[in-house]
Write a new protein. Structure first.
Length: 234
């Protein structure tokens, strides 16, 4: 029953305004991708960590050299696609046959806590599919053309994070159906939901932020420093 993580690092991340793609931007002197892989490597349930990188970044990945070799379970990189969903598809196609469960993780979430990775994998194993998510603090509005269309009850609203964990066969089916329908989702669970399959939510931690802009990078630096000092704020 082996479990693999697809670690998605093939995006450009232009909002960060860096000279290198987002996954290779340094946080406390180390690329976001390396942080993410190191955090996942601490999870005892993951057998393989599969980096998914853009073809143009294969050289960059290779030059990580020793820091990559030191991380348990990291495989050769898989070349990603134009959009996140294409990168997931490429990663799934490259998984060895005996992999039964897959945890999809954004390399742009460098601070994921190993205990949360364990919890979401355990939930998927008992329920079939599970994601990390946090309850939202703000009231969410669905807006079109500047006008509110709907206000979903806040107590029912969660912000989806990664890892998102599924049986490999289930995610393959979901991704293939989305491709056949020309449907583009913004996370993996959405594609599984379209099959009418229920996905369990495991409450994650606010520190598992997705680094999108400079401010996020500064917040991540502060969170890392707090962790190093033995404490962590939500
Ligand atoms: O762009 P966004 O921040 O939503 O990307 C989330 C994650 O998906 C990032 O870690 C990014 O590198 C990855 N991604 C990818 N392939 C793409 C686009 C995004 O692997 N084509």
């Amino acid at each position: 029953m082996s479990v693999a993580a697809l670690v998605l690092a093939a995006g450009r991340g232009e909002r960060l305004g860096a000279s290198v793609p987002k996954a290779f931007v340094l946080l406390a002197g180390k690329p976001l991708l390396v942080h993410s892989l190191e955090a996942l490597a601490e999870s005892v349930s993951l057998d393989w960590l599969v980096p998914v990188v853009a073809r143009a970044d294969l050289g960059r990945f290779t030059s990580l050299g020793d820091s990559m070799n030191a991380i348990q379970g990291v495989t050769k990189p898989v070349v990603g696609g134009d959009e996140r969903q294409d990168s997931v598809r490429a990663g799934l196609a490259a998984l060895p046959e005996d992999v039964e469960w897959v945890a999809v993780h954004d390399a742009a979430r460098p601070l994921v806590r190993p205990e949360d990775v364990e919890r979401v994998i355990a939930a998927a194993r008992s329920q079939g599919a599970a994601i990390l998510a946090t309850p939202v603090r703000d009231t969410i509005k669905r807006v079109r053309d500047g006008q509110i269309q709907e206000t979903p009850p806040r107590a029912e609203c969660y912000a989806a994070q990664t890892p998102q964990v599924f049986r490999v066969e289930l995610l393959r089916k979901a991704v293939e159906k989305a491709a056949a329908d020309g449907y583009r989702g913004t996370d993996d669970a959405e594609l599984v939901e379209r099959l009418g399959i229920s996905v369990t939510v495991v409450e994650g931690h606010g520190s598992n932020l997705k680094v999108t802009d400079r401010e996020d990078l500064e917040i991540a630096e502060r969170l890392l420093a707090q962790r190093a000092a033995g404490g962590e704020l939500r």
